[in-house]
Design a protein around this ligand. Structure first.
Ligand SMILES: Cc1cc2nc3c(=O)[nH]c(=O)nc-3n(C[C@H](O)[C@H](O)[C@H](O)COP(=O)(O)OP(=O)(O)OC[C@H]3O[C@@H](n4cnc5c(N)ncnc54)[C@H](O)[C@@H]3O)c2cc1C
Length: 472
């Protein structure tokens, strides 16, 4: 047996085994504010190669971390303690498409938007549409059970995955579930979706495909108060309507986005809702009228219905590029991801503004309002002494007020490293023990992405201590 890097190089060749300083620096981070350390990055192209990487890591007693595009915001793909990074970037092919049964087998490194773009000619798409869809991978979506603006009506990733081929932590290959709509026996596919790289590496995914809607209408509604906007959201759902998307941006966010995309956004308003309805073209105007009537009950200021595809695309560009636009305010941000009951949105948002004020931080809110999935963005400049500590403390309070309001720790970004130590806010020791037991059934030695999701103590013969990630 050679060294870890030598053994990996024999399998993959030197071009696909990276251990230079710039690569190691790049791959020890994801899009969160955490970083760890890695000894080597592997770029396999096939299931068999992933299997070899896992087996070699096992032989050398080193943990491994599956990685897609590294856009995760909770530190899930951050390697700890020098773990081997298995990046699926080069596994980016559509393996087969079954148009009749509306499903496709794809490799895990395929980018979310590339999948839908490549299916455009068939009138089909992959429904989960994270705002990062231009860059995030299907494997990462599966592992984080990603959501997106259009998941309000369509459901998050879990609703769109039929089967997953997995290299298990001991290097064996299995397929969880199959092409049939409902698996027989234990729902192991369900266990794997959202498992954040801790149950093995997905090497092929069978995705459900959704028909492109025959018609779509998009509108922007703005309000003098965040409460009016939030109550409009509750009113729409209470009226029995489930629009394709209901997204909210608050004033600071509208201002940042407007400065970036120049879409004539209502920058003087406290909040705006981007609402989209889909369906048969003849029914859409009636849906829009009903939503506008509800918005009027809650003092809507102006109603803007996109007049053509260009205007619709511009409004969505504003929503989806909000995080990038924020760089105009400060160089760093800490993006939260909690969920609260929709009816608690006004109350929790008021608390979030108060928390940010108290810590002398700016906060922007841009979020999936229909799901109650909040994304408070604390913007800051890490170079200012003491700022990071204030950001962390404010972030912790935001998590606590969300959970106290009956919410949950994460809507879509996962727990990863970032929220691992908050798990006891939601789960009892018995709950956590059950989750650990499930992980142990897949990974008795704790070699797959250790140190994530489950707070210490590690268990089940875990050969790794639970290391800390470091804030950057
Ligand atoms: C600007 C921006 C906007 C975002 N908007 C959204 C949004 O609207 N909705 C949303 O849900 N998320 C959003 N995210 C977060 C992120 O894009 C998603 O979590 C995405 O699903 C991560 O995919 P990835 O390929 O980058 O995964 P990575 O970051 O590489 O990994 C994420 C997790 O998945 C695991 N993993 C990756 N690939 C595999 C695999 N093949 N097998 C097993 N485990 C694997 C990793 O170990 C890690 O735990 C956003 C991020 C950014 C930066």
């Amino acid at each position: 047996m050679g060294s870890l890097i030598q053994d990996l190089t024999v399998e993959l060749g030197s071009e696909r085994v990276r251990s230079g300083p710039s690569e190691l620096s790049l791959y020890r981070k994801d899009a969160s504010n955490m970083e760890g350390s890695t000894a080597v990055v592997c770029l396999p192209e096939t299931t068999a190669e992933v299997q070899s990487c896992v087996r070699i890591a096992n032989r050398h007693g080193v943990a491994f971390v599956p990685r897609g595009s590294g856009t995760g915001l909770s530190g899930g793909a951050v390697p700890l303690d020098g773990a081997v990074v298995i990046a699926t970037t080069r596994m980016d092919q559509i393996l087969s498409v079954d148009q009749l049964n509306r499903l496709a087998w794809v490799q895990p490194g395929l980018l979310n938007l590339d999948l839908s773009n490549r299916l455009q000619h068939l009138g089909l798409h992959f429904a989960p549409d994270p705002s990062s869809q231009q860059t995030c991978s299907i494997g990462g979506n599966v592992a984080n059970n990603a959501g997106g603006p259009h998941c309000l009506a369509d459901g998050v990733t879990a609703s769109h995955i039929l089967a997953v081929q997995v290299v298990l932590p001991d290097g064996t290959v299995t397929t969880l579930a199959g092409e049939e709509p409902e698996p027989v026996g234990y729902d192991l596919r369900g266990c794997f979706v959202g498992s954040e790289g801790m149950l093995g590496v997905a090497t092929a995914v069978c995705v459900r495909l959704t028909q492109n809607p025959p018609g779509v209408m998009t509108m922007l509604l703005d309000f003098a108060s965040v409460e009016d906007g939030a109550e409009t959201v509750s009113g729409i759902i209470a009226a029995g309507m489930v629009p394709a998307a209901v997204e909210m941006m608050d004033q600071l966010c509208l201002q940042a986005v407007e400065a970036y995309i120049h879409a004539d956004l209502p920058v003087d308003s406290a909040a705006a809702l981007l609402v989209e309805v889909v369906g048969l073209p003849h029914g859409l105007a009636a849906d829009v009228d009903r939503i506008v009537a509800i918005a009027h009950e809650h003092n809507v200021k102006t109603v803007r219905v996109a007049q053509n595809e260009d205007e619709r695309a511009l409004l969505w560009k504003g929503r989806k590029s909000a995080f990038g636009a924020i760089a105009r305010i400060k160089p760093n941000y800490y993006l939260h991801d909690t969920v609260v009951p929709r009816t608690k949105l006004p109350e929790v948002l008021a608390k979030i503004y108060e928390i940010a004020d108290r810590y002398e931080l700016q906060v922007l809110n841009v979020f999936h309002a229909g799901d109650g999935n909040l994304h408070p963005l604390l913007v800051y400049d890490a170079r200012e002494p003491g700022t990071i500590e204030r950001v962390r403390l404010a972030g912790e309070e935001i998590v606590r007020v969300s959970v106290e309001a009956g919410g949950v720790l994460s809507g879509e970004h996962g727990i990863g490293l970032e929220k691992r130590d908050y798990m006891p806010l939601m789960f009892s020791e018995i709950d956590l023990a059950a989750q650990r037991s499930l992980r142990c059934a897949f990974d008795p030695l704790g070699v797959a992405n250790p140190g994530k999701v489950l707070p210490s103590p590690a268990s089940c013969g875990d050969i790794h201590s639970v290391p800390e990630g470091v804030w950057i």
